[in-house]
Design a protein around this ligand. Structure first.
Ligand SMILES: NC(=O)c1ccc[n+]([C@@H]2O[C@H](COP(=O)([O-])OP(=O)(O)OC[C@H]3O[C@@H](n4cnc5c(N)ncnc54)[C@H](O)[C@@H]3O)[C@@H](O)[C@H]2O)c1
Length: 378
């Protein structure tokens, strides 16, 4: 038995027969997007019907795995299809803004992978398009939907850590393979959006709206070797409007010690206890009421669901969980998180971190939110 049954509609086995009502998904960008196409076999309220990529080889590879989908190299052709209810975007970061706006204009709701956008222009564009069209958007913050993080959240909401006193999040990963696969990562975005979107979203999720960040950044030897323009090492201190504090750390040229430190970890230090969630291992470690350390480790039960029995680092289960969660919210008209507004706020926190690391001075997030067309200016 897993932890995540509280998310409406989640099942661990492929459905024996289709659920009566499903959201039909068209996926664009077939590297990570392929993970969603295959991962959706785990869902009941959402299914893949169409897919798009500029690259013909990506399409042919996907067609061999899922011949039943409609495939195209033209995004406009995907958007024109009446059988696509939701467009799921997995293209390079700088393209997200324009593709989201086009999907809204075509009357589609949107799942967009993290980061939602990586520029002020992209943020303004989708805020305006969202207001004008009223379409719904969900940001694919996958880590929230990995088993230990969902388990940690449930325990937090049940009061098991008490009053949160400090949140400590990191995402560290050596990225030479990523630069080789996706050369756009070195010049067309910044690791504050690419990698740091995970720990910064986790801070926002637990601390609430962030008021101020203080960040430091550096470029690693690996980043320099690949011609990286920005930083790929970040440390961030954050203070929330509530007064609560947290820190986030990222290093994308690191030599990893995976048994000692998982890629992504979140530690919650509270007045009643402490908890730790890990990705890619599947551990949830926490204090019992008497202070004893307890480890819950469902890796062997759930590695097929989350990793398809492939490398521990795949995203099948997380993507399926969030697509199911968003589809359920659309079908039932219930709130969901992170939505467009929260996603834009998280973009503004990341942009504030980028500016703070560049200048060495603390940055107030509210001013960045106003610049992006939100907050008092909204
Ligand atoms: N944990 C996660 O949720 C997670 C993990 C990895 C990557 N990502 C995000 O997913 C996105 C894609 O990353 P990736 O690793 O798959 O990148 P990638 O470079 O491997 O793949 C991008 C794909 O998009 C296609 N493409 C580019 N422009 C297109 C266009 N205009 N129309 C149609 N297709 C187009 C490319 O041909 C390529 O197949 C990025 O934003 C990245 O940050 C999220």
């Amino acid at each position: 038995m897993g932890f995540i049954e509280h998310i409406p509609g989640i099942r661990r086995e492929p459905p024996r027969r289709p659920a009566p009502v499903q959201k039909r998904i068209g996926v664009v960008g077939l590297h990570e997007g392929r993970t969603l196409v295959l991962g959706l076999d785990r869902a009941t309220k959402a299914r893949a019907v169409a897919a798009c990529d500029l690259n013909a080889e990506k399409i042919e590879a996907a067609r061999r795995e899922r011949p039943d989908l409609f495939y195209t190299r033209e995004y406009a052709e995907l958007l024109a299809r009446p059988d696509v209810d939701v467009v799921a975007i997995y293209t390079p970061d700088p393209i997200h803004g324009a593709q989201i706006a086009q999907a809204f204009e075509a009357g589609k709701d949107v799942i967009c992978t993290k980061p939602l956008v990586n520029s002020m222009a992209g943020a303004r564009l989708i805020r305006e398009a969202g207001r004008r069209t009223g379409r719904k958007l969900f940001v694919g913050q996958s880590t929230r939907f990995f088993e230990p993080f969902a388990r940690q959240r449930r325990a937090f909401e049940a009061g098991e850590v008490g009053d949160l006193e400090l949140a400590d999040a990191h995402y560290i990963h050596r990225m030479d393979w990523f630069y080789e696969k996706s050369p756009w990562a070195a010049g067309a975005t910044d690791w504050v959006f690419l990698g740091m979107s995970h720990p910064i979203d986790l801070l926002r999720w637990y601390l609430g709206p962030i008021e101020e960040v203080q960040a430091l950044g550096r470029r690693s030897a690996l980043g320099a070797r690949y011609g990286l323009e920005g930083f790929d090492i970040y440390i961030v201190n954050a203070r929330a409007a509530s007064g609560k504090i947290g820190r986030a750390m990222g290093h994308y040229g690191v030599h990893e010690l995976p048994t000692a430190r998982n890629c992504i970890e979140l530690v919650l230090y509270g007045s009643a206890g402490t908890s730790l969630a890990q990705y890619h291992d599947m551990r949830y470690v926490h204090t019992a009421p008497d202070g004893t350390e307890v480890t819950e480790d469902p890796l062997y039960a759930l590695r097929h669901y989350y990793f398809n029995s492939e490398v521990h680092g795949m995203h099948y289960g997380e993507f399926a969980n969030y697509a199911e969660y968003f589809a359920a919210a659309l079908l039932e008209g219930t709130p969901y998180s992170p939505d467009l507004e929260e996603g834009l706020e998280t973009f503004c926190i990341m942009e504030a971190v980028r500016r703070s690391a560049a200048s060495g001075a603390p940055v107030a997030v509210g001013a960045v939110i106003e610049e992006a067309g939100g907050g008092a200016a909204a």
